[in-house]
Design a protein around this ligand. Sequence first.
Ligand SMILES: [Zn+2]
Length: 163
Amino acid sequence: MGVYAVFKVNADEAPDYADDALDMALPMWKNKGGNLIATKASFQKSNVDLFQEDQYYFADKGWGTRTVGWAKLVSDNITCNPHPDDWPDCGDDKITYIEIWLNSTTTPFLDGARARVIGHEFGHGLGLGHWDYALSNSTIMIGSGLPSVDPTSTDVRALNKKY
Ligand SMILES: [Zn+2]
């Protein structure tokens, strides 16, 4: 607790729009007091990589076709959450690498909304699950649909309990 998580994020494999959204997503948690330092890094040095595929790829993976993003969590080369059934997290295993997949079919139009999708997936990478019954304006970690807010005090409290 009180230790900052460190994300070194690469978006070389994602389209340009993801890069713009990423710029907005990087400081999102820290700006609200969350213990996360997120910066860009080369593909070789990153521990978080962004990718994009369409709804058919998402369906094929079992991630759902209407899902806007998916955080594939890896602990020592083993994917902890290959399917939604295995969700949400790696249990007690430390997450060592994260792939964030964006769905090109359902991605929102505005950079701010796209940034919140990435910020939401960051939350999963930090071990946070969904607040399924929360109001959408009280958390970025809503269980379905698009987050309408940046990380809130509720989200930051949950994060900082882990770090
Ligand atoms: Zn989610």
